[in-house]
Design a protein around this ligand. Structure first.
Ligand code: AMP
Length: 115
């Protein structure tokens, strides 16, 4: 989608601090970090949110995204102290960019419940 900022990042049309990428996913640093490490993981393919990752293909993609995100966490040395992976979904979830993304947060104590 040409008007989607995360599609444009995935296509290299908008600069981002890329941490890792493969043919179907990109990990890049959040522009407004909420923790010392705050990385977003997106699929290259446009999906609005986790709600749209349906069927066999969508569910398999979610599994690969989760595995990819945990590998990124390892590569950023987050394994020992731990981290959080979250996907805000829709209005009540606080989603502000309508392209499926996982937040990877680490590097400080995270609290629960979130606000
Ligand atoms: P959410 O509110 O869960 O939809 O998360 C969207 C995230 O995207 C926010 O944490 C923003 O700071 C982040 N964000 C928005 N635009 C950019 C950008 N151009 N580069 C990196 N992160 C961005």
């Amino acid at each position: 989608m040409t008007d989607c900022i995360f599609c444009r990042i995935a296509q290299g049309e908008i600069p981002a601090s890329i941490v890792e990428r493969n043919r179907e996913m990109v990990a890049f640093r959040d522009i407004q970090p909420q923790a010392p490490t705050h990385v977003l993981v997106i699929p290259v393919q446009h999906l609005g949110s986790v709600r749209d990752a349906t069927g066999t293909d969508g569910e398999a993609l979610l599994g690969r995204m989760l595995a990819f995100t945990s590998r990124v966490a390892s590569s950023l040395s987050l394994d020992e102290d731990g981290y959080r992976i979250v996907t805000n979904t829709g209005h009540h979830g606080g989603q502000s960019v309508d392209h499926l993304h996982f937040h990877l947060l680490g590097g400080r104590q995270l609290h629960w419940p979130p606000g």
